[in-house]
Design a protein around this ligand. Sequence first.
Ligand code: URA
Ligand code: SF4
Length: 212
Amino acid sequence: MSAEEILAKVAKEVSVCTKCELHRSRKKAVPGEGPSHSEIMFIGEGPGFHENEQGRPFVGAAGQFLDQLLAQAGVTRADVWIGNVVKCRPPGNRDPLPDELAACDVYLEAQIKAINPSIIVTLGRFSMNKFFPGAKISAVHGQMRKVGDRFVIPMFHPAAALHQAALKPAILGDFAKLPELLKQARAALGKSALAAKKEEAPREEPKQLSLF
Ligand code: URA
Ligand code: SF4
C-alpha cells in the first residue's frame, strides 16, 4: 500500500472511530493533512473549536500563528504535514487524557511510518511526551534529538505562545532554526534534499488498524 493510501485509510478510519470517549463530542475528526512524503511533520495536541467544525488541523487562532511562524522560517505550509496526537476535540479544549492518547496513538504511528519524515516537530507538552517522556519543555525546546531513524524537535505550542508573551521570542527563535536543522538532519540521515523529497515510504502495513 502506498503512503497516500495508508494516510487515506487512517483518515477514513478516524472519521468513524469510537476507540475513546472523545468520539462522543466530535463533529469532525481531524486526521491531519499534508503531502505523504513530507520531510517535516508537525504534531500538535488536538482539534479545537474550528478544527472540529472543519475537520482540518490548525485553522483557528493557533493555526494562524503557526502559519506566521512557518512563513518566517521560510517553510511553506503546503510542504509539511500537520496533525495532532488526538484526532477528536476534547470537550471545552480540556487536556487529552492518558487513555485517549493511548487509544489514538495507533493512528499517529501509522501516519509517521507512512510519511517517514526526517524531522518531527512536536508542538506542546503532549506530543513532546510521546518522544521524550518526563522532559520539561522549558528546558528542551528547540533542541533536536535523534529518535530512532529520525530527528525530533520539541517546541512550545503556538497557542501557549499566543497567551504567554514571554514565550514568543523562544518559539520564534526555534522556528527560525528549522531550515538549518533540516540541513543537519538530511546530512546525518544521508539524504539530499532531492532524494528526501522523492523517497518512497516503507510499504510495511501497520497491523493494528482494523481496515488493513
Ligand atoms: N491546537 C492543536 O493542538 N491542534 C490543532 O489542530 C489546533 C489547535
Ligand atoms: Fe478514535 Fe482518536 Fe477520536 Fe479517540 S480521539 S475516538 S481514538 S480517532
